[in-house]
Structure formats: C-alpha cells, structure tokens
Write a protein that binds this ligand. Structure first.
Ligand code: ADP
Length: 317
C-alpha cells in the first residue's frame, strides 16, 4: 500500500476542562494538536500508511507526542528530537460570548527549524522520497524560514519529478505571516507545485478577497493542479478535476458541537481515499463523512473509540 508523509508542527494544547468550568479555579486538559498532525491522525485512522515529519525536543511532552503518534499507528521515524528544546504550545479560552479564543507560544518551537540544516534535510529528504504521497500546509510554510521554504520547494520539484504526488492545503493564518503580500506570493509558488490542492473558501476570501467560487477557481487555472477541492463549511464541496467543475453535496449534520479540525479531517478523508485509488467523488464523500464525525465531537482530535464507533470504512460508502 502507498505511504503518505505529512510535514508540520504539532503543539501542546491546553483546553478548558469541561466538567470544571463552574468551579472558581480554572482547570485545563492537556492534549496535542496541529493542522498537519490532525490530518495525519485521521489518515492513519482511516487505514492509510502515514508518517509524520516534525522536530521536537527531549522533554516529557515531546515524548508524549511521539507516543501518541505511535499509538495512532503513525510512523515516527521522521520525527527528530533535540536536547534542551521544546514543542510549541497553545491555550484555548472560552470567551464570554461562547467563542473559542486561541493563544500561542510557538516562536521557539523546534519545528520552525524544519529543513534549516543540511544534514537533517539530507536525512529527511532521502526518507521522504520513499513515500508516494506528500502532504503539508500553508501553516508548515509560515513557520519555517525563507531559506527552508526554498529548500522545501526545490525538494517538492525533485519529489514530483520522481513520480511523487504532492497534496497542499493553503490554511492561511494571517498572524503567522509578515504581511498578506508575502503569504500570497509564497502560496501561489506552492500552488504551482501542487498535484492536489485542498482549499477552504474562507481562507481564499481572507487571503485574496475573492467574492465568488469562480474567482478562486480562475486564479489557479494555470497552475497545472490536477485536483482542486474547495471546502465551504456546510455548503457543497466544489471539485475541479482535470478542468471539469463538479459540486458535491454535504449532507446536513445534526448535533454539530465544534467545527475545529473540520478541514483537517476532511483532507484526511479525501487524501486517504485517493491514496487507496478511489475516484475524486468517492474521496469527497469520504472526506465529508470523516469531517461529520469530527464536528459532532469536541476538539480537533476526537477520542479514537468515539471516532471508530461512527466511522464507515470506504467500501461501505
Ligand atoms: P475549515 O475547517 O478548513 O474551515 P470547512 O469549514 O470548510 O473547513 O469544513 C470542512 C468540511 O467539514 C466541509 O467540507 C464539510 O464536509 C464539513 N463541515 C464543516 N462544517 C460543517 C457543518 N456545519 N455542517 C456539515 N458539515 C460541515
């Protein structure tokens, strides 16, 4: 079976502990998450051979991240650790109006040094060449240096020339970029190197000011992307595959409690199906199914037992 490697940052997450919210003292629950890591978890849960690629420290939390990945069946041999370093961290706060606010400590995270040092890059790229699929996002690009982005872009060229398939989610987060123009230029460069693009209309509106699906599709027409998938929350998914635009319905989901991780889990469902040879329509339906489980539960990574109880494997669709 083909293998996919997801590259990015996984952070320590501190989230309000639901049962303790009426007490005077705030109690936080410890977890681990990050967009590409969330996707890796759901790719593995849906039966795809998945490796995660990141840099961590030698602290107890980094060890817990590696154990978690291993317990999910994710390959960890491309996770490197360094003494004295730490992973990034974020806290979630429920504000008075019921919205979730996110606070990050990630500037010193070791993951920012992905592709920065030659010996690490040489080791990593050799192993990545053995995976048939590669996945990362605009968040991965945003946290690494300009030099590392160049190294990564050159590697993607080499990887695709050797027959590898590169899947990319723009996942635009304005606060991670120096300015919008910088993000536009780098995302566009990467889109010219993508085989599968998994976009969200909200991000396209934020990054480019798009007013319509047509504007988004038109911008990428000449990028040479064979599969462009546009997620639009509860609205139908737009797929542009080999130049043909198809709208695929999203069935109504009752009992939505938290849409965190919806896009990440959709991507996992989509890519997993494509890795296994299903066509893009079945892959979208699978992505929608995986996301529907995630949004009916709290947190980006739903407890495995809950996920498994609701998950219908691909052949059952
Ligand atoms: P992101 O999390 O990247 O913003 P979206 O909000 O577009 O991504 O959601 C990704 C997918 O999750 C959608 O294509 C859909 O399948 C599912 N989804 C998200 N929100 C809802 C919702 N309210 N009802 C049903 N499905 C949803």
């Amino acid at each position: 079976m083909a293998r996919i490697a997801a590259i990015g940052e996984v952070m320590v997450e501190l989230a309000p502990y639901p049962e303790a919210q009426n007490n005077e003292q705030e109690i936080m629950a410890l977890g681990f998450a990050g967009d590409t890591f969330n996707t890796a978890v759901y790719m593995a849960r849906t039966g795809t051979r998945t490796d995660y690629v990141t840099l961590l420290g030698d602290d107890p939390y980094s060890s817990q991240i590696i154990s978690l990945a291993a317990s999910e069946g994710i390959g960890t041999k491309m996770i490197e650790t360094m003494a004295g370093r730490l992973p990034g961290m974020y806290m979630i706060r429920n504000s008075a109006d019921g919205e979730r606010e996110f606070y990050y400590w990630r500037k010193e995270a070791r993951a920012r040094e992905l592709f920065a040092e030659k010996s690490h890059t040489d080791r990593l790229t050799k192993q990545l060449m053995e995976c048939e699929y590669l996945y990362f996002s605009g968040i991965t690009l945003a946290i690494i240096s300009e030099h590392s982005r160049e190294v990564l872009l050159n590697f993607v060229d080499e990887y695709r020339a050797a027959g590898g398939v590169f899947c990319f989610d723009i996942n635009y987060r304005p606060r991670l970029w120096d300015c919008q123009q910088q993000a536009q230029q780098i995302m566009m460069d990467m889109m010219r190197h993508a085989d599968m693009a998994l976009l969200t209309l909200d991000d396209e509106e934020l990054l480019w000011g798009d007013g319509s699906i047509d504007a988004t599709v038109a911008r990428y027409r000449d990028c040479g992307i064979s599969e462009l998938i546009l997620k639009r929350g509860a609205k139908e998914v737009v797929a542009v595959v080999d130049g043909e635009e198809v709208h695929i319905p999203v069935p109504r989901v009752d009992g939505v409690v938290d849409t965190t991780g919806a896009g990440d889990s959709f991507n996992a469902g989509y890519v997993s199906a494509r890795v296994k040879g299903y066509d893009f329509r079945s892959a979208v339906e699978h992505g929608v199914h995986v996301a529907s489980i995630v949004i009916r539960n709290r947190g980006a990574i739903v407890k495995k037992s809950k996920f498994d109880a609701d998950y219908l494997p691909l052949q059952d669709h």
